[in-house]
Design a protein around this ligand. Sequence first.
Ligand code: CA
Length: 202
Amino acid sequence: MRKVMLICMLAMMASVASAAYVETFDNGSADWLYGYGTNYAQGTTTWNSTGGNLDGCISGASENLYAVWTYETAVYGDITGLTVTIDTKIADSASGNAQFYVGRDGTYYIGQSWDISQDTEWTTHSAVLNLANFTRWTQGGAGNESLAYVLAAPDDLGIFFGGHLATGSGDLYVDNYGFVPEPATLALLGLGGLLLRRNKKA
Ligand SMILES: [Ca+2]
């Protein structure tokens, strides 16, 4: 009986985590854009077939960069309860504070920032999608929906720079953007697997 309950629990957790998806950029840029300059011009990120944090990645000129994002969000689906993750690397000299953001219907939530100038090698950044880590970003849009509403079906996802990146000739490289089960869920899944194995042995 305990085993049945455990299997049910694992199945439930697996279904919650089924929305997890990470874009590897190994087959193209997957419609990612970048914005630059004080007039908020937009460009399509460059796709690189090699040089990523394994195989393909995307890049954009870092001069006055203000965001890297995608509107093609259907592939990520419902991201409730997941952890957002990204690998970034900067070439040459560039600095600024990058933050995750998630948006839907003009409501945006933004995460805590990290200093992009530290990412001279591929660096993974991640954050659990909850109200402890994300606050409503009033500059991003006029919407006033809940974080839960945004996470259920986001239509605008990416990273934003609080201040424009310093001018320079560098590029920002991005790989492995996506959503994974939060570490606590992973630990529970691992524990569940161990208990199942022990039950089998007994
Ligand atoms: Ca890749």
